[in-house]
Design a protein around this ligand. Structure first.
Ligand code: ADP
Length: 348
């Protein structure tokens, strides 16, 4: 590097992000070296360019006109880069734009997704073979003359293989959802009906523990736009958990209501509840607050998957709980998910 060179804007040059300023007439009036590099433009050549000349993308022009915010875009002509673009208006009527290069992060995320995908596929075949063999062995072990100890062991193998199979299926599902391509929110979804269906699906499981599931759905709840099968999966996850963590003879209530122009769904139980410290973490992958034996076991992935599904619909999921008294898991959905629900929006 030239020792005598003093950058005009050393701070702007040192920052690992691209910085652009547009004046009130929407022309570039300031741009650091990183912005030039990311946009594949020779040093100094961004000055005076319009938004369209800078990004060569009509959507960005519209995005800035609408007041900015955060979005993920591809930029650069030679080797396109994936950048997170953050924009905000300035007091003088201009706009500042910060470009953060996330190409490497996205590449790594893709590798991770593919790795998990491949691994899960490889695991599925041997697991289903072992499951089938365990099932057959359990049936054969029911015959007279088979020692009790052997029968117990075979039963345990069968149960654990079931858990393993479920975990692999859920990891595969999570990897697909995190990849950002598997949710298509294009159905008109009647959440009241979906709540009834979910209750129906879990009634047998609940009855085994003497737990009763009730549905209280307000007929004024609007129809929301979403992927019905995925939203059903969220409901089943929440109700399944509510039953699992309820005492014998307990009650689980599903409530469906209008909220804003969208809908709110609540799953209420009077079970063991969740400690304050655990509450924020139960939506993380593999997180289990209570490792004690509970009805039906679990993988710690159901809530992580549910959170992704709700986020992909532009909604929010949360929990209120009191230890020893019960929990209310809820999610809120807008009538329509935002058009550009990018994987980034989901991941954050
Ligand atoms: P899993 O239920 O398979 O373990 P989840 O991701 O669905 O995985 O849940 C993560 C953890 O959150 C559970 O292990 C449990 O500790 C806690 N949890 C979820 N739902 C409830 C509930 N209704 N009551 C108490 N704890 C709950």
């Amino acid at each position: 590097m030239d020792q005598t060179h003093v950058a005009e804007d050393p701070l702007g040059e040192l920052l690992p992000v691209g910085i652009l300023r547009f004046d009130a007439g929407r022309r570039v009036c300031e741009a650091n070296a990183r912005a030039h590099a990311l946009l594949d433009v020779a040093p100094g050549r961004l000055l005076g360019r319009s938004v369209m000349e800078t990004f060569l993308d009509l959507r960005i022009e519209r995005f800035l006109e609408e007041g900015g915010g955060t979005t993920e875009v591809r930029v650069g002509a030679g080797e396109p880069r994936t950048v997170i673009l953050r924009a905000a208006p300035t007091p003088d009527g201009g706009t500042v734009v910060v470009l953060e290069d996330v190409s490497e992060l996205r590449r790594l995320r893709q590798i991770r997704t593919e790795f998990i995908d491949n691994l899960s596929h490889e695991l599925r075949t041997p697991i289903s073979t072992v499951s089938l063999l365990a099932e057959t062995a359990a049936r054969e072990a029911a015959a007279d003359g088979v020692p009790e100890r052997l029968r117990d062991r075979i039963a345990k193998i069968e149960v654990e293989t079931g858990h393993l199979a479920q975990m692999v299926a859920e990891i595969l599902d999570l990897a697909r959802i995190e990849g950002g391509s598997s949710i298509v929110p294009e159905d008109d979804v009647d959440l009241a009906r979906l709540a009834e269906l979910s209750a129906e699906r879990l009634r047998l499981f609940a009855e085994r523990g003497g737990v009763q599931i009730t549905v209280d759905a307000d007929p004024m709840t609007p129809i929301v736009r979403g992927e019905e099968q995925r939203l059903g999966q969220v409901l089943v996850n929440l109700v399944h958990n509510a039953v699992k963590f309820s005492p014998d003879g307990g009650e689980v209530a599903i409530r469906v209501r209008a909220e804003g122009d969208g809908a709110r769904v609540e799953v209420v139980d009077h079970g063991i509840g969740i400690k304050r410290d655990d509450r924020a973490r139960v939506f993380e992958r593999f997180y289990k607050a209570d490792r004690a034996r509970v009805r039906g076991g679990g993988t710690g992935l159901g809530l992580a998957i549910s959170r992704h599904i709700v986020a992909a619909h532009g909604g929010t999921i949360g929990v209120e709980s009191e230890e020893g008294r019960g929990s209310t898991f809820w999610f809120v959905l807008p009538a329509r998910p935002p058009a550009a629900s990018t994987p980034e929006a989901v991941a954050s």
